[in-house]
Design a protein around this ligand. Structure first.
Ligand SMILES: *[C@@H]1O[C@H](CO)[C@@H](O)[C@H](O)[C@H]1NC(C)=O
Ligand SMILES: *[C@@H]1O[C@H](CO)[C@@H](O)[C@H](O)[C@H]1NC(C)=O
Ligand SMILES: *[C@@H]1O[C@H](CO)[C@@H](O)[C@H](O)[C@H]1NC(C)=O
Ligand SMILES: *[C@@H]1O[C@H](CO)[C@@H](O)[C@H](O)[C@H]1NC(C)=O
Ligand SMILES: *[C@@H]1O[C@H](CO)[C@@H](O)[C@H](O)[C@H]1NC(C)=O
Length: 575
């Protein structure tokens, strides 16, 4: 998963890495207080759960005041748990108590058309049970939502179904809910500021707006990304209502405490389906917040659909693999975005990526990053790392770089370069969006370009705007996490695959397309890739099925999805 050459850091939550930060800064480890979750199992109905939590804490704290001070949050509505600030020693002591099922540190997770619906056989003209679909509320735990997006306008929607108990008020930078977006809340229990984000359900990242519009967004006829991927965008259940529980934050990610609070609120509010495109842990199920939340959701008849992770193709990399979760892998649809590169010698090569820029000149001087660094800096200049390129050597030129860390396009542009040819051995099945003219090529193509550069005195090239090509499909995405199931050997995981490569859906106006320095591209829609994008395709199907069979259990819906897949191959159409 990690690039062989260098550690790859991906800026967007939509992307490929799922980090698990254990959050210990290790001082005298037994005294240092950290956030822990103490899980006590099922909801209590005889005594005040909050009092129980204090009683449990009193067994390790010296006073009632200390116990009250350490408690961060009590989960009492659906299951019995609390979050508290504890030392390692206190956590160990608590975990030995009989009534305590597990104690685990609060971890932070990363998040792991619209043609794709037609591709998998759910056309706009599909038969619908409108009355029921309008009564469905789909819940997402994600980065928030864009309330003003056309995907969530409520024209033609009546009031929310009577069963709905969710709430939504005005928050900072959040215009509030309507009859389509019927719930929006946020959880940030660690109380730490999150640079770049806003304490509000508003989506600053784009991920949550994208997943929710894929799941249940209204039909928008004229969706596209600067003319690419044009067509109607829509969710699987465009008549269903949406509830967003923001538990993921720009800087800190998605913490276990917030995830559990989101689960509790969503289950209590009465969502019909839960869609969670967030990284998981390889842990015992009783120390895995997502597994715990999904378990209690299932007990209330709610199916949880989750992304399987972007740590492929290594074996055993699948996350969110508890048997009661519907775990989704990502695959490609029959569309690819490629750019042609014409070299000064007339040779034409091609690469992948979304490059929305039309060249302004017939050609540009071309240089290799290795040759354009400050002297002695060849090693980082090969990767066009921040600060490695000498502006006097790249000004006005295209630069050939190896993929080290995403964002070399921004580094080259800020050094005065005109674009970048990026060599990579991975992710060649996924179109990265670039903030400057750019494309990603394999080593064969890169070698040819490099040979050309060193074969002539004035090498030059031009990168053309990306075009849409038709390719054979489906195929499993290279990045999609693979089985076998690290938690329960005998249960196959992931359960099912769904489109997760270059998916067009709604996006936030609060962030440029790449989030990179200097990017001036903003769009109502964006293309994203990941099992994060595949997940709402399957939660959408779950909601669609539930609209016809409202009394089916989570297991019945899952079974229906797993046992009715057909293998339909889309051949390549020569273009
Ligand atoms: C409440 O229920 C729990 C578990 O069901 C039990 O352990 C506890 O003793 C009960 N408390 C009271 C006051 O009945
Ligand atoms: C989709 O279907 C709806 C109703 O069935 C129709 O009004 C609409 O025009 C269709 N849109 C597209 C883009 O096919
Ligand atoms: C959020 O709202 C505040 C206060 O209304 C405003 O100053 C700020 O610019 C807004 N931020 C964004 C990103 O819209
Ligand atoms: C490299 O990319 C080119 C252009 O897409 C393709 O024709 C070639 O087969 C690729 N080579 C390898 C080794 O994948
Ligand atoms: C679902 O169950 C409820 C009560 O259990 C019942 O009233 C209703 O008729 C059932 N609906 C269907 C479609 O079977």
């Amino acid at each position: 998963m990690i690039m062989s050459k260098k550690k790859l850091i991906i800026p967007s939550l939509a992307n490929f890495l799922i980090f698990i930060l254990l959050g210990f800064v290790a001082a005298t480890e037994d005294e240092q207080k950290e956030f822990y979750i103490v899980y006590l199992g099922d909801q209590l109905n005889n005594v005040s759960a909050v009092q129980t939590h204090l009683d449990v804490l009193l067994s390790i704290k010296s006073s009632d005041f200390e116990a009250r001070e350490s408690i961060i949050y009590s989960y009492t509505k659906i299951f019995n748990a609390f979050a508290a600030k504890l030392s390692k020693a206190e956590a160990r002591k608590l975990s030995r108590r009989e009534e305590v099922l597990s104690v685990f540190p609060n971890r932070y997770h990363k998040l792991h058309t619209t043609k794709s619906w037609d591709f998998i056989g759910l056309p706009n003209t599909t038969k619908r049970n409108l009355k029921m679909e309008r009564n469905m509320v789909v819940g997402l735990l994600d980065t928030g939502i864009t309330p003003k997006s056309e995907s969530f306008k409520d024209d033609g929607f009546g009031p929310p179904p009577k069963k709905w108990k969710g709430t939504c008020v005005h928050y900072a930078n959040f215009s509030g809910c309507n009859n389509k977006l019927v719930g929006a809340r946020y959880f940030k229990l660690d109380g730490k500021p999150d640079p770049g984000d806003i304490l509000s359900p508003v989506d600053v990242d784009g991920h949550g707006t994208h997943t929710s519009s894929t799941l249940a967004g209204n039909l928008i006829p004229d969706a596209n990304l600067f003319g690419l991927a044009g067509g109607a965008a829509r969710g699987a259940v465009p008549n269903a209502r949406v509830a967003m529980y923001k538990v993921c934050w720009m800087s800190s990610g998605c913490s276990d405490m917030d995830l559990l609070a989101g689960f509790e609120a969503a289950i209590h509010d009465g969502v019909d389906v839960l869609s969670i495109s967030i990284g998981g842990v390889k842990a015992n199920y009783v120390s895995d917040a997502l597994a715990i939340g999904a378990f209690h959701a299932m007990k209330k008849g709610i199916i949880t659909v989750a992304s399987g992770g972007n740590d492929g193709p290594s074996p055993g990399s699948v996350a969110n693999h508890a048997p009661w979760i519907l775990t989704v892998a990502a695959s490609g649809i029959n569309r690819e975005f490629r750019s042609k590169v014409e070299l000064g010698n007339g040779k034409i090569v091609s690469g992948v990526g979304v490059n929305t820029f039309q060249p302004k000149q017939k050609s540009y001087p071309l240089v290799s990053g290795v040759d354009a660094g400050y002297s002695g800096n060849q090693d980082s200049a090969r990767f066009c790392d921040e600060g490695s390129l000498d502006p006097s050597k790249v000004k006005g030129k295209l630069v050939l770089c190896e993929l080290g860390v995403w964002g070399a396009d921004s580094v080259v542009a800020r050094a005065g370069g005109k674009g970048i040819i990026l060599e990579s051995e991975q992710y060649l099945d996924t179109a990265q969006i670039f903030m400057a003219p750019a494309t990603m090529v394999n080593a064969t193509v890169s070698d040819a370009v490099n040979d050309y550069i060193h074969s002539t005195k004035f090498p030059s090239a031009v990168i053309y705007r990306s075009q849409e090509l038709t390719v054979p499909a489906p195929f499993v995405a290279s990045f999609s996490s693979r089985g076998p199931n690290p938690g329960s050997e005998r249960i196959l995981k992931p359960d099912v695959t769904a489109p997760g490569i270059d998916i067009l859906a709604s996006y936030t106006p609060l962030r440029s397309l790449t989030g990179l320095k200097g990017d001036t591209q903003y769009s109502r829609f964006s293309l994203m890739s990941g099992t994060s994008m595949a997940c709402p395709h399957v939660s959408g199907l779950a909601a669609y099925i539930k609209s016809f069979h409202p009394n089916w259990t989570a297991a019945a819906i899952k079974s229906a999805i797993l046992t009715t897949g057909k293998n339909k191959i889309f051949p390549s159409i020569p273009s």
